[in-house]
Design a protein around this ligand. Structure first.
Ligand SMILES: Nc1ncnc2c1ncn2[C@@H]1O[C@H](COP(=O)(O)OP(=O)(O)O)[C@@H](O)[C@H]1O
Ligand SMILES: [Mg+2]
Length: 240
């Protein structure tokens, strides 16, 4: 039986005395795009932080390719092949696009194939290629998000975590962004996305999970098609 690439089981986690996650159970199979949906403050970002080791679970377990990574520090998790593109992009605005991209390849594993990775990213993101020498802070929001994703991919990850990649972007750019993410998935990178644009996110995903108050809603199936056609979700989250 093949095991999921990522398996999160019964995770509880928080910040000091605040319990942000009560019970998160989900998995991502190799080759999938999976979307996490939920209201503001539901625990989506914290779930990604637990996967990338920025927050350690107080209960439960995170397995990557079968290995328990729940107690590992973030740099060791990057080394194993998980790359986290955070909410708000977090580029270095006073550094060039090229310098920002290079920072994505700091792990041992990534440094070894940095040149190849850069070529791949410039092929995927031709607009980024045109702007390598420009200071990142002078790019448009959409361009900055493309650079943030390309920087995440510079680590040559097996699993890419994307937190709200379409946040604050114009509708036309949002569409372009989702097409890019679908392309990244089709090229073989497994992707776990957090998205407010629920319909767009689920439309490029095989599956999704709804998070409410730090818990995965277990009354719902995870198939993206089922979630998209669920009446309660349509009114609660999709604005349809
Ligand atoms: N750095 C932090 N310190 C303290 N509380 C936080 C921090 N980040 C998030 N929280 C709290 O944790 C809960 C879940 O937040 P978050 O995971 O960011 O939700 P989402 O991404 O779904 O909007 C919220 O109650 C939020 O206020
Ligand atoms: Mg968030």
């Amino acid at each position: 039986m093949s095991q999921p690439l990522l398996q999160v089981e019964g995770v509880e986690a928080g910040y000091g005395s605040l319990r942000a996650l009560a019970d998160i159970t989900l998995h991502v199979d190799a080759g999938e795009i999976v979307t996490l949906v939920g209201a503001n403050g539901a625990g989506k970002t914290t779930t990604l932080r637990v996967v990338s080791g920025l927050v350690h679970p107080t209960r439960g377990i995170v397995r990557f390719a079968g290995e328990d990574i729940s107690r590992l520090p973030p740099h060791e998790i990057v080394e194993r092949g998980i790359s986290h593109v955070p909410e708000g992009r977090k580029l270095f605005p006073h550094m060039t696009v090229a310098e920002n991209l290079a920072l994505g390849a700091y792990s041992r594993h990534a440094r070894a194939r940095m040149r190849e990775a850069l070529e791949e990213q410039l092929a995927t993101f031709p607009r980024v290629k045109e702007r390598l020498a420009q200071l990142a802070g002078t790019l448009s929001g959409g361009e900055q998000q493309m650079v943030a994703i390309a920087r995440g991919l510079m680590a040559s990850p097996r699993l890419l975590l994307l937190d709200e990649p379409s946040l604050g972007l114009a509708p036309k750019i949002v569409e372009e962004m989702f097409a890019k993410i679908a392309e990244i998935g089709a090229k073989g990178t497994t992707v776990l996305i957090v998205e407010q644009n629920v319909v767009e996110g689920l439309s490029i995903s095989s599956r999704g999970y709804v998070i409410e108050n730090g818990e995965v809603d277990r009354t719902l199936g995870s198939s993206a098609a089922e979630l998209l056609s669920n009446e309660r979700l349509r009114s609660a989250y999709f604005g349809l």
